[in-house]
Ligand binder design. Sequence first.
Ligand code: PRF
Length: 376
Amino acid sequence: MSEAAIKYRLIKKEKHTGARLGEVTTPHGTFQTPIFMPVGTQATVKSLAPEELKEMNAQIILSNTYHLWERPGDDLVAEAGGLHKFMNWDRSILTDSGGFQVFSLAKLRDISEEGVRFRSNLNGSKLFLSPEKAIHIENNLGADIMMSFDECPPFFESYDYIKKSVERTSRWAERGLKAHRNPNTQGLFGIVQGGGHKELRQQSARDLTSLDFAGYSIGGLSVGESKAEMNHVLDFTTPLLPENKPRYLMGVGSPDALIDGAIRGIDMFDCVLPTRIARNGTCMTSHGRLVVKNAKYARDFRPLDENCQCYTCRNYTRAYIRHLFKADETFGLRLTSYHNLYFLLDLMKQVRQAIMDDELLDFKEAFFEQYGLNVE
Ligand code: PRF
């Protein structure tokens, strides 16, 4: 019998919500869930060293098949000894399949049963990705968790289109599972699609859970629909997924959506949001967003967040960080990137504690109140 690459252990369910405290074990370690995964698209979490990510207690990071396939090439990464070794990260890694990136970045897509033809957004060359090819690349990269190659249709596409798309994504998922060469060292997740349609989410979940994936992702959300619509889809989709496997909500990372996702039974999240907004000087704090470049911070010698214990907040002031941004010094965006990631990792730690204490709804209310959000 071969060992599964990914193990999930349910530690406890919260009393008043669908939230769960769990533990995922991969070949590169064990982490508690719900968890936030920093994004390192190009085999680097922008501006931060792996040591810094470890210092803030990041346990798993995400990288991208599409980007690494184009540059530097998955064969080169394999030659380096795999992605962990190449980028000097010895904890867990998850790779997205490229499906979403092709749909969001590339031009002139031509989708067929076989796969997707499109043009490179690096140099305009003609490229083709299929479920088998995506898995082949992901096998070369060697992440602990890999994603199936899916189509992420626009949330408000027609029912008929999304139905065809879901059916094709299910066939692609099955083809990917067959093509997977390293099931003992890499776990493959299926991705549930279906837009805002309950019936199609059910169909997608049914198709995918009939196959033996290591975990299940929910895709096609946070693509322009409202928070209420996303929560509504999660309300009826998460219960369709098996209890004994991890559940991952793709591309979601605002503090309120992390809490609302955890309440609905999501275990894993990723998003470029914290690092992307950090690079233009927007910081997440316990009192909401703070735009550190604003003139009002010129002589503000307090930390970004007075309740935060991160390296940035222990050592630097708003005035200093504002100065760095004004002077175009890269240390400024390193400090805000560090802070925002720490903020979300710490938020998830508090969410896990609240699940442990059966107090997640109270936690949500207090957090939203302080962050300046309305609890629905
Ligand atoms: N599919 C894949 N990656 C994704 C998404 C998806 O639907 C999303 C949607 N928010 C983010 N990243 N493969």
